[in-house]
Design a binder for this molecule. Structure first.
Ligand code: AMP
Ligand code: ZN
Length: 131
């Protein structure tokens, strides 16, 4: 399969691995856009959260929690967890991944998206989205 993250899992291309177990891998993002930017991925190739079976999701989120706690143990105060599922959401690599960004108080990192303002009345969206 021509998937860059599968190639990282297979060690066919290099990566800086932070954590690895039977089902998951966490490695440094190459973007150099923010300090400590990591990606947590399942070893099973699934495209994103919409494509992910419960067991794989469970393994991935367990690892995300473990690495998040590790960040705290390393002296950080919190983490941002980011995910894009689907091209419309900005997903550029079609292998499920959670971005983990370690945070410190007053580190000046702006990790929250800047939205443009709601266009539709909340009641209409409530009716659309309620389950
Ligand atoms: P997204 O846009 O949410 O799909 O995120 C994809 C991420 O993968 C980006 O932050 C890229 O910098 C990162 N990325 C792409 N190729 C590699 C690679 N070979 N090693 C590490 N990170 C990568
Ligand atoms: Zn893959």
């Amino acid at each position: 399969m021509n998937c860059i993250f599968c190639k990282i899992i297979q060690k066919e291309i290099p990566s800086t691995i932070i954590y690895e177990d039977e089902h998951t891998l966490v490695f440094m993002d190459i973007a150099k856009d923010v300090d400590g930017h990591m990606l947590a991925i399942p070893k099973k190739h699934v495209k994103n959260i919409l494509d992910c079976d419960t067991e794989t999701l469970h393994h991935l989120m367990n690892t995300v929690q473990k690495v998040s706690q590790h960040c705290i143990d390393c002296g950080y105060d919190g983490v941002n967890l980011l995910n894009a599922s689907g091209e419309s959401a900005g997903q550029s690599v079609p292998h499920f991944h959670i971005h983990i960004i370690p945070r410190k108080h007053q580190d000046g990192i702006d990790a929250w998206p800047h939205f443009n303002g709601a266009l539709t009345h909340p009641e209409i969206l409530f009716q659309l989205l309620k389950m």
